[in-house]
Design a protein around this ligand. Structure first.
Ligand code: AMP
Ligand code: ZN
Length: 113
């Protein structure tokens, strides 16, 4: 996806503050943090949203949760964080590349639903 911001971040064409990386995922700081710790877990492969996942993506989706666990440990927030996935424009999704928000610490108007 040449026009996708998160694909560009994955390729290093747009800069980001990476906090964790493995073969399939990049975890970087959200540019507009809504909590003390606010990072995005982004698959290196482009998947537009949860609405676009297929059987073929099952392995990467399992790996996504393992990556969350590893990133939470690295960030020192294990046992005290929330995960958020927005889907579709009306569901609050701004970037059409699947990602999970890890939020921990003081909340700043973080939506609960
Ligand atoms: P969502 O609304 O779930 O699509 O989340 C997209 C998130 O990406 C928002 O929380 C933005 O603050 C964040 N964001 C947008 N551009 C960048 C960027 N260049 N680097 C890091 N985070 C970004
Ligand atoms: Zn993308």
């Amino acid at each position: 996806m040449t026009d996708c911001l998160f694909c560009k971040i994955v390729k290093g064409e747009v800069s980001s503050t990476v906090v964790f990386e493995n073969g399939k995922f990049l975890v970087f700081k959200d540019i507009h943090p809504k909590a003390d710790v606010h990072v995005l877990v982004v698959p290196k492969e482009h998947i537009a949203s949860v609405d676009h996942i297929t059987e073929r993506d099952k392995a990467v989706l399992g790996d996504m949760f393992l990556t969350v666990k590893d990133a939470a440990e690295k960030l020192g927030v294990s046992g005290r964080y929330r995960l958020l996935v927005n889907v579709g424009r009306d569901g609050g999704q701004e970037i059409d590349h699947l990602h999970m928000h890890i939020l921990a610490g003081d909340r700043r108007e973080v939506p609960r639903e």
